[in-house]
Design a protein around this ligand. Sequence first.
Ligand code: SF4
Ligand code: SF4
Ligand code: SF4
Length: 334
Amino acid sequence: MAKLKTAIVLGATCAGCDVAILDLNEKIFEVDDLCEFVFWPTAMDFKIDDLLALEDGEVDIGIYHGAIRTSEDLEMAEILRKKAKVVVAFGACANFGGIPSLDNLPYDQSLFDLVYEQVPSMDNPQGTVPLEIIELKSGDELTLPKMLKDAGALNSVIDVDYYVPGCPPMVPLIEKVVDVLKKFSETGTLPPKGTVIAGEGTLCEECGREKPEQISYHAFFSPQETKKIDPDKCLIPQGIICMGPATRSGCGALCTKMNVGCRGCMGPTVKVKDHGLKMISALTSLLEVDTEEGMTEEQLEKIVQRIPDPLGTFYRFTYGSSLISKLHSDKEDK
Ligand code: SF4
Ligand code: SF4
Ligand code: SF4
């Protein structure tokens, strides 16, 4: 049986998605039996010319991880789409824009100065900052990729066939991908286009913690501030923010099992249009529902102000595909 020609292309990525593939342990031998890697720069010394040298449509499976952040990410995504019969968005960054897309927020120069000059760990006496064009000693110029106006998901720039969410995708999900590839190699059949290789329901359904009939909370805490977390009861009434009600299942509730609120790396369920808005709406409707009447606006606001970094909390992985990111971008264009 001929091996599937496979290309793994990197966008704005931390390469944790590559490490997750290697975490397959002995199943990695099945990958080796199934796939001939024609491009995977993290694993071998491939250059862009190796990908360009392939015929259009010659790659059977193209996997892309990382967000679309620079002109180079965009170029690589477009090349992959030309070369690959099937394109898979792999990981939260490729699925939703991920952490790189938090950069779409309207930061001003002060953040740039903070990062390159003021943070205590920065040792930069010459005030060196990133440049778009670097002059080399030879007199030549090296042009760096341009930052795009906004970072986004892979499907904001090319057509995507399948989605594997998670930051990074968990081993059981990658094992499912290997099984899909095996079936494809043996029978030539693939799941319907657009399939998300993950669960269908919400994380709450697989979490297993007991939810009271009426959820209400009175304050927010970080897990380290909470004296004792009940390991069997839902985290929200215990004052710990958990994105579970709006998040897609499939990770095995890895974080809530460890008494940590879900941060939403699997992205929204199919019924949720905007991950963060859904959670903000859910949490604000549960705030002090049992004692709300006796409380002043100021008291309620004080509780809400305890949420650290609200955008990072509610949109950690999905800002790039959120409605507010789009609204902000449209407004800037006008
Ligand atoms: S999804 Fe997570 S692990 Fe994968 S590239 Fe993005 S940040 Fe890294
Ligand atoms: S909100 Fe979080 S802790 Fe509560 S049931 Fe859902 S996933 Fe579990
Ligand atoms: S519990 Fe939430 S943040 Fe943790 S792995 Fe699952 S989806 Fe991701």
